[in-house]
Design a protein around this ligand. Sequence first.
Ligand SMILES: [Mg+2]
Length: 294
Amino acid sequence: MVHIADPAAGMAASPSTPAAAATDASPKAAGGALEHELSSGTWVIDLDGVIWLTGHAIEGAPEAVDRLRRAGISVLFATNNADPTRSELLGRLRRIGIDATAQTVVSSADAAASLLDPGSTALTLGGPGVDEALADRQVRVLCASDPDGPLDGIDAVIVGLTSRFDYDTLSRAATAVRAGARLVGTNDDPTHPTPRGLLPGSGALVAAVATAAGVEAVVAGKPYQPMVELLQARAAGITVVVGDRPATDGRLAARLGVPFALVRSGVSAPGDPVDPAADLDHEDLASLVDAVLR
Ligand SMILES: [Mg+2]
């Protein structure tokens, strides 16, 4: 992977936080004390690989969310998928039986938009979720795939996951960055899981623009500081991050200073060693919730 600047560099959680202190790949929760600590507050829960996999609910996940809420635990969904609009995300959740509001779903598109000032201009290379998040923040949006759009006066180039990516689009994005625009990636996940296996993620596209423009990108989504600050602004008392990808969800937990609960229903297969290590390690969200609320 090419170099991608981490705006949280030097601001990572201290080694005393559970996930940051982890040096082995084994789950560290030996008893029920940690589970008890998680039986209140707000859980930050990843979507892909935890709630659903390519749009299909993971068995038991909707019921597990319902059990958390009935136990008085708030849920804040955090996804690095910047492609869908907010209404699409809420609709997908509703279809599998999970009610959520715009306030309780945070995407890496929202985190990227938080880096731009209202009234600024962005050139986007990404899906509708990116354009919507920017428009919500009163940012003027230009599309990098528009061959006739201007490339000067652009404050930031925002790169998310899109299949509309070709040499001309890459050239326009890199040209805008070379002309002075800031390069922002929604996230730097190298891949994303699909029924066809792992396909290129946003990180691959961000890396291409960064390489062509000769700069380092600022990355907004998990586990970076823009997402950390957005989550902290949405919820007081975050007690755990639940996710399937240690490099993003585990590192996010470390930066929030809370335990990381790994579920092996997504990119981390049962038995795979993980880094950073998890404080709790369960087959899926349902079994994690069983352990906490038993
Ligand atoms: Mg995931």
